[in-house]
Ligand binder design. Structure first.
Ligand code: CA
Length: 504
């Protein structure tokens, strides 16, 4: 009898614990620039649903990534570790070892039901998830294929942002509601080639977007910026990127070729007149570059509109199922993105627009609505933060740190500097580099393709146009930053970077 009652009490207390533990929804988009989110800056478009998360929780004004590119950022989020520790350094040569530890495995091992749905982009099959249904590689905007847990592939008719949300809601409907859950929703938007939902085509046609003031950057004294291949003027492709195909009846591009008849008819009806108009204008030089920029922005922001709408659906679902008060919702992109700054699209560089990422979080009862955070936080902090919220000990080898203490006012001191390391040495021709960012300065060491240091005073030069490295008068700050950089490299045990510094 006594044993029975003890067992009963244990059951009750386990149930109570499960009830108290917060559910977790992590929404990760792809290449979504903070410049395009109205909670950060309302000059380009309105994103009411992402703004809602910020208003009801916290907006991180200084959230950064450890390696600004798709797969490596997801690996960093999942493992809480820098690329040199989790092994996924770049999209071109790395393989992700899904057998390694992750915050999802820790949550799963501590009673959480876990799922990853949508864009995953780590090659190997996910581990640590009770359920997953992921896009193969980059995935497709229209009628996307999904990899299923049984190894099969299934094509689903429709637009990727809607479908990803549909699958997420379906999983929520059918989950084991006696357990807390952790759901990761991976959105494809706003990744290249920025193919809007037919419902959103043309929504920005009446808008002329302002050019970034350094749109015509001449890259003086910055060799890595000189050799990159990610400019709107030279790199952005008229067909593949901007849908100005020579012959609309015979488009071979897979993104379009997979459309059904109705989708293709709407696609033609929108893009064909734009192409005819462009041809009639016969543009060249700066006029053509600026036309490309406007058209790029219209497509890019239209994909963001669907993304934001579907984030709204997630929030509505939580409201309608009485889950809002006990669910952490965090939204972030895998990195930032260039919307014409320096004349670019894409990411990779340690310069602010790609190094920094949008991130907002709602945590009812813990984070005060309307909180604005200026603390340095990183994508590798998400795992440790979620583990702390779930009452799970953070494994010692996770390199990120929970940012909950920074939000709950427990005398926590944030970081005074951030460490970054980008490795990919191929597409878009961005030289590998590592570096340090402090509150005022940024020091970058490019290697392999370009062998050069760069130094910026972000207070005087927030757009990183004036490389001060080697300038008279900056010797002292350079030496201080090099010493801080060396300490971070030791702290994070980045042996490749350490060797490069040693060989100077
Ligand atoms: Ca990305």
């Amino acid at each position: 009898m006594r044993i029975l009652s003890v067992a009963l009490m244990l059951c009750v207390s386990l149930f109570a614990r499960a009830q108290q533990l917060p559910n977790i929804v992590i929404i990760i988009s792809d290449d979504h620039a903070y410049q395009a989110i109205s909670a950060y800056d309302s000059k380009l478009m309105q994103t009411p649903n992402i703004d809602r998360i910020a208003n009801e929780g916290v907006i991180f004004k200084k959230a950064y990534v450890t390696n600004s590119i798709c797969g490596p950022s997801r690996a960093a989020i999942l493992t809480g570790k820098y690329s040199h520790k989790n092994g996924f350094k770049d999209n071109e040569t790395s393989n992700f070892d899904a057998g390694q530890d992750s915050f999802a495995k820790q949550l799963q091992g501590n009673g959480y039901q876990t799922a990853w749905i949508g864009k995953y982009h780590l090659g190997t099959q996910p581990q640590g998830f009770d359920f997953w249904q992921i896009l193969p590689g980059q995935g497709s905007y229209y009628n996307p294929d999904f990899l299923m847990m049984d190894g099969s592939q299934q094509r689903i008719e429709g637009y990727v942002s809607d479908i990803t949300e549909d699958i997420a809601e379906d999983w929520l409907d059918n989950r084991d509601s006696s357990k807390p859950f952790c759901l990761v929703i991976g959105h494809k938007a706003t990744h290249r080639v920025w193919l809007p939902d037919t419902a959103d085509m043309g929504m920005f046609d009446e808008v002329t977007f302002p050019l970034a003031h350094n749109f015509y950057d001449d890259y003086q004294h910055r060799k890595a910026a000189q050799v990159q291949d990610m400019s709107i003027a030279k790199t952005m492709i008229m067909g593949y990127d901007l849908k100005m195909f020579p012959d609309f009846d015979h488009i071979k591009d897979d993104n379009v070729a997979r459309m059904n008849a109705d989708q293709k008819a709407k696609f033609d009806a929108y893009y064909q007149p734009i192409k005819a108009d462009l041809e009639a204008r016969n543009l060249s030089g700066k006029a053509l570059t600026e036309w490309k920029y406007q058209h790029y922005m219209r497509d890019y922001l239209s994909t963001a509109a669907s993304l934001d709408r579907n984030i709204g659906r997630t929030l509505d679902y939580l409201d309608e199922h009485d889950l809002t008060d006990n669910t952490i919702v965090i939204y972030l992109s895998d990195q930032g993105f260039y919307l014409g700054e320096h004349g670019w699209f894409d990411k990779r560089f340690m310069y602010e627009e790609s190094f920094r990422t949008p991130m907002v979080m709602r945590y009812p009862g813990v984070v005060k609505p309307g909180t604005v955070s200026d603390d340095f936080v990183l994508n590798v902090d998400i795992g440790p933060t979620m583990l702390e919220a779930a009452g799970v000990a953070v494994p010692k080898d996770m390199q990120g740190e929970s940012f909950l203490p920074l939000l709950t006012g427990k005398n926590a001191e944030g970081r005074d500097a951030l460490y970054y390391h980008y490795y990919e040495n191929g597409e878009h021709s961005v030289s590998p580099h590592f570096g340090i960012k402090t509150k005022r300065y940024k020091l970058i060491r490019f290697y392999d393709m370009v062998d050069e240091w760069e130094l910026y005073d972000l207070q005087k030069d927030p757009n990183e146009m004036h490389n001060l490295y080697g300038k008279k008068g900056d010797e002292k700050i350079t030496a201080t930053l090099k010493s801080q950089l060396s300490k971070l490299i030791t702290q994070y045990d980045d042996r490749d970077a350490k060797k490069l510094l040693k060989d100077e």
